[in-house]
Design a binder for this molecule. Structure first.
Ligand code: PLP
Length: 423
């Protein structure tokens, strides 16, 4: 009998008692390759000595100081590190404790920006179907996972959805990638016009979709076209890189590969790599300056924002990734993993697609390859895959995305950046 309110009380969980390198070990000494890490969190693997030492050092100085009374050097240093590397003028880092908090902060900042800019009528948020932005009410409101949203619909703020960029399913045989991107950009343009451009605050998208679609990257010109549509209508672009950011795709910020700069970006998971809970919203100077010149106060906050120990862990993680040149390994190992998965699985009748960027790898399963029909949900394939993989000593992240309201099946693999070719 446990008194922990586990999320899935019927699930039998082993105890994680030790972590080392790419593996976690249970109470029986069995090792599990962490190719999911909660998901896509443990980018440095487990027990990294430099990160542990940085946390200890910080605890010896100051573990926590409330952000309305003090800043700390480590919080300032982490913000400098991120701002120096973030694209464009994304220079103002607002630290929170996780991904949903980062998304909530982004939504509220976008709204407050327009209130202060004398456009208080801008209140609509547009996001995409087949997306996940977190489980808090604001993030869930914009998210596009029907299953997660369904019980809470009556208490969610209405948001608007357009199509995801899902070439495997939606690009027509007669279309080039550019034409497909153009069609999606026009759909967004139309949605904005329908709502009245003067009423729309922001468009929100994951740079590479994680939980709901399995490492689904956009076609090449998609984000550039989306950026242009947003600009034409004065709508802010918020990119959610909670899962895809912090090096997971082989670039510190995934959107660098797409050659665009959003107005606000959210990061979490790989930022602290699981050593401490931490996330951040990074705002452009245009938005930050408007708030400073306006009310001078962002009307939002949490108790643990800028937590010194969490910042120390994240700064150590990010320095290791940079100093050890791990992003090159992310690119090489990702190519290798996709290549080997394709050779092993491409002929399987239920494997529709193997995809991703860097060490963010997805496998989509289908009932019928030609029709790309989803597997029968009654088969509960993702639950069975997870169980079998754990028996085999592998943590991976199987999930049901939503395809036309039906749960489809994907597996997400997000191994640590330290993994070797042999691993
Ligand atoms: N945004 C994206 C893209 C995510 O993948 C997630 C979590 O999976 C979140 C937001 C929410 O993050 P958290 O679970 O840390 O609240």
């Amino acid at each position: 009998m446990t008194h922990v309110f586990h999320r899935n009380p019927k699930q039998q969980l082993e105890f994680a008692v030790r972590g080392e390198g790419i593996r976690l070990f249970d109470q029986n000494g069995k090792g599990y390759i962490d190719a999911s890490g909660g998901a896509a969190v443990s980018c440095l693997g487990h027990g990294h000595p430099a990160v542990i030492q940085a946390i200890k050092n910080q605890l010896d100085q100051v573990a926590y100081a409330h952000s309305s009374f003090f800043t700390t050097q480590v919080c300032e240093d982490l913000a400098d590190f991120l701002a120096e590397r973030a694209p464009g003028d994304l220079d103002h880092v607002y630290f929170v404790s996780g991904g949903s908090e980062a998304v909530e902060a982004a939504l509220k900042l976008a709204r407050q920006y327009f209130v202060e800019a004398g456009q208080p009528q801008r209140r609509h948020f547009i996001a995409r179907r087949q997306s996940y932005h977190g489980n808090t009410l604001g993030a869930l409101a914009i998210g596009g996972n029907a299953w997660r949203r369904e019980p809470f619909l009556p208490i969610l703020v209405p948001a608007h959805h357009v199509s995801p960029c899902y070439a495997y399913r939606d690009q027509l045989p007669s279309e080039t990638e550019e034409q497909y991107a153009e069609r999606l950009a026009q759909e967004l343009d139309q949605k904005i016009r329908e709502l009245g451009p003067e009423n729309v605050a922001a468009f929100v998208a994951e740079t590479v979709v994680g939980a709901t679609a399995g490492a689904l990257a956009p076609v090449k010109t998609y984000l550039q076209r989306i950026r242009r549509v947003c600009d034409q209508h004065g709508v802010l672009l918020i990119l959610d890189e909670v899962m895809s950011g912090m090096g997971r795709t082989g670039h510190l910020f995934a959107c660098a590969e797409d050659g665009i700069v959003p107005d606000i970006i959210t990061i979490a998971k790989g930022l602290g790599a699981g050593y401490q809970p931490i996330g951040a919203m990074i705002a452009s100077s245009r938005i930050y300056d408007a708030i400073v010149a306006g009310s001078g106060f962002f009307q939002h906050g949490h108790t643990y924002m800028g937590h010194a120990t969490a910042c120390a862990a994240a700064l150590a993680v990010q320095r290791v990734i940079e100093q050890d040149g791990l992003l090159a390994n992310v690119l090489a190992r990702g190519e290798q993993l996709r290549g080997e998965l394709r050779s092993a699985l491409a002929a399987h009748p239920n494997v529709g697609d193997v995809r991703g960027r860097g060490l963010f790898v997805g496998v989509e399963f289908v009932g019928d390859k030609a029709a790309k029909s989803p597997l029968d949900p009654a088969l509960k394939t993702h639950a069975r895959l997870k169980k079998q993989a754990m028996q085999n000593g592998l943590m991976m992240y199987p999930m049901g995305g939503t395809i036309d309201g039906v749960l489809g099946d994907h597996v997400l693999l997000a191994p640590p950046f330290i993994c070797t070719a042999q691993d």
